[in-house]
Design a protein around this ligand. Sequence first.
Ligand code: AMP
Length: 609
Amino acid sequence: MILGIDLGTTNSLVGVMEAGFPVLLADADGRRLTPSVVHFPANEGASPLVGAPAARMRLIEPARTVHSIKRFMGARGGDPETEADASRVLYDVTRTPAGAPVRVRVGDREHSPEEVSALILAKLRADAVRSLGQDVSRAVVTVPAYFNDAQRAATRRAGELAGLTVERILPEPTAAALAYGLERLGERSKVAVFDLGGGTFDLSILELNEGVFQVLATHGNTRLGGDDLDRALARYLLARLRERFPDLGEPDPRLAATIRDAAEQAKVRLSDAPETDVEIPFAHGGESFAVRLGRGDFERLAKPVLEPIRNLCARALEDTRLKPEDLQAVVLVGGSTRMPMVRAMAGEIFRRDPDTTQHPDEAVASGAVLQAGILSGDVRNVTLLDVTPLSLGLETFGGLMNVLIPRNSAIPTKAGEMFTNAAPGQTAMRLHVLQGERELARDNFSLGQFELEFEPAPRGQARVGVQFSLDADGILTVLARDTKTGRERVVELKSAVDVADARVEAMLASSLEHAFEDFHERRLAEARLKADELLPAVKVALAEAGSELNEDEHAEIARQVAAVEVARAGDSLPALQAAVAALDEATQMLATILIERAMEESLRRKGVV
Ligand code: AMP
């Protein structure tokens, strides 16, 4: 059994497949929505509070209560967006040195964002275990589509810290589209997922292709959501409060928080009711405050906040060159899409009634559960959404890795490239198929090798086209064709997608760890190739035009050739580069003579001279 988990900025959910349906699980108090909040009590011996009890501590002990930790996953100090996020929370994340992974400081303890997220995941897992009456340790966890590798890796680590094996990291819009239902969509249909939550807006356009969802485009704003509407309404309420109590001054944190809460509740009520009364008991000097608010009043405040959504949607459509009519559905998810104004806006932008069949808070979690069901075999007849976990490529000259399909490409996919022979008269090319992120072939995983025979040709003259195609099941087929003779070989390799997570992690870690050495090795290999091209070329040129050089010029070229040969055998990149440059310089005259000869020859052939 595999859990599906929506690890949200504000709230998180967990579920499993039961009797063919995704079922979201409740905690001991019957709540399915777990606030993504962790409170670290001042009493060192006490364990952290997670979820609703932690959320209640947010007003009381804001510095010990960590919320919105998702914004800091994979983040590093010094990054302007991270700094801006850090300045918006009341707990301490500000003291991270530039470039270092962000740490949350509570009292004199430090926690990584992964550790905080792990506490939330561990609570979800414990709730699931209690509700199911059996242990579960595997999970699918969702992340925003725009999460980069570091953010995805941090999410995976958080899962591991919580004792979970993360079977898949799933983009949230893909989860929402899965929840909407593959069976409702035809092949090649396109769907927009419009996700407006508490803190962020995302618009993604997906295409269903051979049973697999691919994210074609995603645009969003990580600073646009229901919280901004709460703030706008709170500012308005404060202004009205000041009219009533002119000597109010700056509200203390507690009154400010009460106004924010009142604003959010009023906003939520206005999604159903045309008007509502907002009350703030003991607002000032023991006196209470009340005001009646119409939906129109609120919408006037909300309009400028929501306006940027239009542009983001337009950009996603532009990116995909699609018109609203090309979409089969516009799926609304996220708590704020309950607002009539947001629904109307989505309708206007996409010129259709948006689909509101999905539970705004639960669609992503349900999609994660469906994906978990697919992985565990509980849901059949659906192909998996997948990406290549590692790059796929071929070994080329100098033992280097040449990538054809970069890691994280959505599958199915195809890529091709033309290769040539390294040695003159070579009669076959060995194709060594590799998987991994390292620059040198020998450091990557070998998926297989085969040979293609071709007609002997001078160095660099043979033309062998190689195509990699990776199907939806992750099977890699390599086709190699000698373009001259049309001779070809097709080799099917084992699944290139089912790589154990540990191997992927180890590969990524080693590529980071060895990034500098790898870069150096690649440049050294490239410099050696250049030397290998230059030395025989100089020999040929000398044979052709050497007679036109004087003795000194001959001696200088011989000296530089010897220097390149020595440097070629050594390990020093600067020495080799310098020797190659010096040989280039020494053969300038020779090159000029050859070019002039070639030009004369060409003009003669055209009958000009
Ligand atoms: P999410 O991040 O998807 O959990 O969405 C949370 C946001 O949705 C918060 O800003 C909530 O105030 C907002 N929200 C939840 N229900 C409603 C509602 N009925 N009307 C307006 N906003 C809502």
